[in-house]
Design a binder for this molecule. Structure first.
Ligand SMILES: [Mg+2]
Length: 280
């Protein structure tokens, strides 16, 4: 029997967590990212972005081994994509029902041109094209009254969908969360073939998850080690959740990411050296 370390896997939110809130740069996390690569630790992006946006982001630097997009609705590993969120048909039909019931004009990312998405978000046109490639969630473009929001929420709920208020948009989406998607990704990462016998085996992972917002809570809850990244312009110091192993990073964004991941890896690797875990 070989003595070996339990494998580590890292799941991270992007905006405000690995990416700086204002510049979208991850440069300050470079030392920890290099270390993660060197240790062959799978790094998974978990974001509300579309798969098209995540793939584009990953093209240059190949930071991520797997991608989870649309807040957990879509999962991609080794070029194989699984959609766990609601179907496009379901999203479209719910949106049409909401459109007919509310008192204001309503369009959405799935129905307008990339030019309109660019105007609404301030994105460049080519980025807006990728942001519009949505499969299981749809940010609404409207100016609703509180009553309109209530009507839309009720219709969504009747169809087992959610209406979630993100930064500036109400997004129509499924009940799938970043936490469920993380579980599924772990199942897929865990399966490997034993070298000698070629039989299917399962790896066990110690999981680290990093996030900065309420929509990251289901993912942080799922992790063995949860890291909360403080907001850059906020004053929130209160923990996002109850977790037996919650770390609050000393700084915001990629600087905090770098410090937290390095500290946790130091700890995990030393612990493993001192008391090596036996695997059967
Ligand atoms: Mg975030």
């Amino acid at each position: 029997m070989m003595q070996q370390r339990r494998a580590i896997a890292i799941f991270t939110d992007l905006d405000g967590t690995l990416l700086d809130h204002d510049t979208y740069s991850w440069e300050a996390a470079r030392p920890a990212l290099d270390r993660v690569k060197l240790l062959s630790i799978p790094l998974i992006a978990v974001s509300s972005k579309t798969l098209a946006e995540l793939e584009y982001l990953n093209q240059g630097a190949h930071l991520f081994d797997g991608l989870i997009g649309e807040n957990g609705g879509i999962i991609s590993l080794n070029g194989e994509t699984e959609q766990h969120g609601p179907s496009e048909e379901k999203i479209d039909s719910a949106r049409r029902k909401i459109q007919a019931a509310v008192n204001v004009p309503l369009t959405s990312f799935r129905t307008v041109s990339p030019e309109v998405i660019a105007a609404e978000t301030g994105l460049l046109l080519e980025d807006a094209i990728r942001a519009g490639q949505r499969h299981c969630s749809d940010p609404l473009i409207w100016q609703p009254s509180p009553q309109d929001v209530a009507i839309a929420r009720e219709i969504a709920a009747k169809l087992s969908l959610n209406l979630v208020k993100g930064g500036r948009f109400h997004t129509l989406c499924g009940p799938s969360s970043k936490g469920q998607a993380m579980k599924r990704m772990l199942e897929r990462l865990a399966v490997f073939k034993h070298e000698k016998t070629q039989t299917a085996r399962r790896k066990r992972f110690t999981t680290i998850a990093l996030g900065d917002s309420p929509n990251d809570i289901p993912m942080l809850q799922e992790a063995d080690i949860a890291v909360q990244i403080p907001t850059k312009h906020g004053v929130r110091t209160a923990p996002l959740l109850d977790h037996s192993n919650l770390h609050i990073a000393p700084k915001s964004g990629p600087e905090g990411w770098n410090a937290a991941v390095n500290a946790i890896l130091d700890q995990l690797i030393n612990t493993n050296k001192n008391s090596e875990v036996l695997h059967g």
